[in-house]
Design a protein around this ligand. Structure first.
Ligand SMILES: Cc1cc2nc3c(=O)[nH]c(=O)nc-3n(C[C@H](O)[C@H](O)[C@H](O)COP(=O)(O)O)c2cc1C
Length: 383
């Protein structure tokens, strides 16, 4: 299969053992073994997000995926700096949210917890990955420790690291990561920024991919706003070797999205997305909801550290859901949300492939005509 791929010149594909330049983004809580296996079975790279899972649940997901595909797939972990608790900030945030809990007849939590560990300090998760040996591991929010990187690579695992800027990509390259996921500001879900309190230029996918393709010697994977084959062709033209699509896959029946999330994605005109720290404590893009509005209000207090704020966000979302409301649900979505199409993963992969080659063919049928008087412009040969 791989030797026949028209994309065989992209060295990343051989590195990952795939035949199409399409990666389904890891999506903690949303990606499933069926979704990941569907993508891998079609020649792309399926992914599972285990950043918020227990070791046992993560292992089970890996084994369930293996039972559905012999092809390589990717496991994604969160490498953030462990949370810094601040009881005053947390109490003020809970007090601010108290009326919302009351609306749903729920008691506001008395305290907030760091609801999951960073992979950097999670030795049990690391040992599990060394035992299970997925073909690929991708990392978000920073880097694993140098020892973890060395051990994962010694186990034959290819490492992908998320970068939202050139300095972050340079850090990944210096640490020996194998390929970079260049995540633009358009992307749905959490921004992979290493320091969520540092300066963030918010580069778009187009500028970021081009910048990294010129300054980084590793293969680049473009993420953010890519929804169809034309988008994939566009990022290949910019110098990326593959595209990573998240939002496009959420509406697949194989994802774990609930009915309210699916309805929200199907809305036309599309609902607005916003970048917010209010849901989890880190910047993430999702559909505007009551919590994103509360976070943006002028009188909003400081938001607790990630993932401590997520404890409040998830508790509130569950209380609302129990009352039949999705007003606090984290419906992560990128700027291209209005382009999503709900279809089974196999059909979506087939459509992406057809659109990608149709776009490449259409571009090949354009030629630059240099006119002695006019500036160069594009013209269709067949026109
Ligand atoms: C529902 C959802 C969950 C996500 N969860 C993760 C995650 O667990 N780990 C990760 O590295 N990226 C995560 N992302 C971000 C994706 O990796 C990717 O950067 C993004 O989806 C690309 O933008 P797009 O949504 O416009 O395609 C998530 C994105 C979405 C939409």
């Amino acid at each position: 299969m791989t030797t026949q791929s028209p994309y065989a010149n992209l060295r990343l594909l051989a590195q990952l053992g795939i035949s199409l330049p399409i990666i389904q983004a890891p999506m903690a809580g949303i990606s499933t073994p069926a979704l990941a296996a569907g993508v891998s079975n079609a020649g792309g790279l399926g992914s599972l997000g285990i950043g918020a899972a227990s070791v046992a649940a993560a292992r089970e997901m890996i084994r369930a995926t293996r039972a559905l595909t012999p092809q390589p797939f990717n496991i994604n972990v969160f490498c953030h700096e462990p949370a810094v608790a601040n009881p005053q900030v947390e109490a003020a945030w809970l007090a601010y949210l108290a009326p919302e809990f009351e609306t749903f007849g729920a008691a506001k939590p008395t305290a907030l917890r760091e609801i999951y560990k960073s992979y950097r300090v999670d030795d049990a998760m690391h040992q599990m990955l060394l035992e299970e040996r997925p073909a690929v591991v991708s990392i978000h929010f920073g880097l694993p420790t140098a020892q973890q990187i060395a051990e994962l690579q010694a186990a034959g695992i290819v490492l992908l690291g998320t970068a939202t800027s050139l300095p972050e990509a340079q850090l990944m390259e210096a640490a020996g990561i194998d390929a970079i996921v260049a995540q633009g500001i358009e992307a749905g879900g959490h921004r992979g920024v290493i320091d969520p309190h540092g300066p963030d230029e918010g580069l778009g996918t187009l500028a970021l991919v081009r910048l990294l393709a010129q300054h980084i010697s590793l293969p680049i994977i473009a993420a953010g706003g890519v929804m169809d084959g034309a988008g994939i062709a566009a990022v290949l033209a910019l110098g990326a070797q593959a595209a990573q699509l998240g939002t496009a896959f959420v509406a697949c029946p194989e994802s774990a999205a609930d009915a309210a999330y699916r309805d929200a994605l199907a809305a036309r005109p599309a609902q607005q997305t916003t970048l917010t720290r209010a849901i989890s404590g880190r910047p993430a893009r999702g559909l505007v909801n009551r919590l994103t509005e509360l976070g943006a209000a002028a009188d909003a207090p400081a938001i607790p550290d990630y993932p401590i704020a997520y404890d409040a966000g998830k508790t509130l979302s569950n209380a609302a859901k129990a009352s039949g409301s999705a007003a606090f649900a984290a419906h992560w979505a990128g700027q291209g949300v209005g382009l999503n199409q709900a279809m089974p993963v196999a059909a979506l992969m087939a459509a992406l492939q057809v659109e990608l080659s149709a776009t490449i063919n259409a571009l090949a049928n354009l030629q630059v005509r240099h006119d002695t008087h006019d500036a160069p412009h594009l013209e269709s040969v067949q026109a």
